[in-house]
Design a protein around this ligand. Structure first.
Ligand SMILES: [Fe+2]
Length: 286
């Protein structure tokens, strides 16, 4: 069943041309590669709260994610309040705003400077967020890593042949992880699903997180495919996630705001140099 947002925020048929001011969201627009849209404010220190929400949502359905640059950062409480104007926000044991920083004694790989394998957020939650809303307070210097990776699973589906699609449609994967951070448990999810707003076909997949290299590992069990094919299936799918035509690596600049479609995309992270400062804040909007 589609959410009311499908009616409120139809996908625009024509993208805004590059380097054009649009009255409701003025600024300079630039398409990112292989997907995504950057909107830079005309004046630095602009207030993101003045942008037209409906228009931003339309841009996300069309481009998968938007990066907003040149806007004043919001204090944590103001950030949470602003995100609540987009829709209901998820509340976790830490509250509504997750501070992604390196911990002194991390229990989960999210809070290290290591890489984060691809996944979607909310898999273990009561509701899967529609949007991931990030605000960057500190970013590693150029060349020091820490890019957030996004994979457009609708593109992988479009590029798959009919035989591949038939195989994938039968697959269900069980994910199991101990609840050490704010998520955990055991869930079983079909690989192929329908985007609840746009109706497009998406893949829901999280990479295995092996116990030898990561804190708080995630274990997978594949069903719907002969056992002798599991390893090859996983290996080939993971290769597709990182192909340049499917994967965007966003190099953060302090002050960046990034809003991503959590239903269409998977996300992960490149590792970054251990002494680099990196502080992102993230809110889940249902
Ligand atoms: Fe995540």
């Amino acid at each position: 069943m589609k959410s009311p947002a499908a009616t409120l925020n139809p996908i625009p048929q024509t993208p805004p041309p590059a380097s054009t001011s649009i009255d409701c969201c003025p600024g300079t627009y630039r398409a990112l590669s292989p997907f995504g849209l950057l909107l830079e404010a005309n004046n630095s220190g602009s207030d993101i709260r003045e942008l037209a929400l409906t228009h931003l949502c339309q841009l996300i359905w069309k481009y998968r994610l938007i990066v907003l640059r040149g806007f004043s950062p919001l204090e944590q409480e103001a950030l949470s309040d602003y995100c609540a104007t987009w829709g209901e926000i998820l509340s976790w044991n830490f509250g509504t705003v997750l501070n992604l920083v390196v911990h002194d004694n991390p229990e989960n790989y999210l809070f290290t400077n290591g890489n984060v394998p691809f996944h979607w957020d909310g898999a273990f939650a009561t509701a899967v967020p529609r949007f991931l809303f990030f605000q960057c307070l500190e970013a590693p210097a150029l060349g020091n890593g820490g890019e957030t990776l996004f994979c457009d699973t609708t593109q992988i589906w479009q590029d798959a042949n009919s035989l591949q699609r038939e195989v994938w449609k039968k697959i269900e994967i069980t994910y199991r992880t101990q609840k050490v951070a704010h998520y955990g448990g055991k869930i079983t999810v079909p690989l192929v699903s329908e985007h609840p707003i746009t109706g497009e076909t998406t893949l829901r997949f999280a990479e295995p997180v092996d116990p030898y290299n990561y804190l708080n590992p995630i274990f997978l069990e594949v069903a719907g495919l002969p056992a002798q094919q599991h390893e090859q299936f996983l290996r080939q799918l993971i290769i597709k996630l990182y192909l340049p035509q499917n994967c965007l690596a966003h190099e953060w600049q302090p002050g960046d705001i990034l809003v991503a479609d959590n239903h269409a995309l998977l996300h992960g992270r490149h590792p970054f140099k251990s002494k680099s400062s990196r502080h992102l804040q993230r809110v889940h909007i249902i």
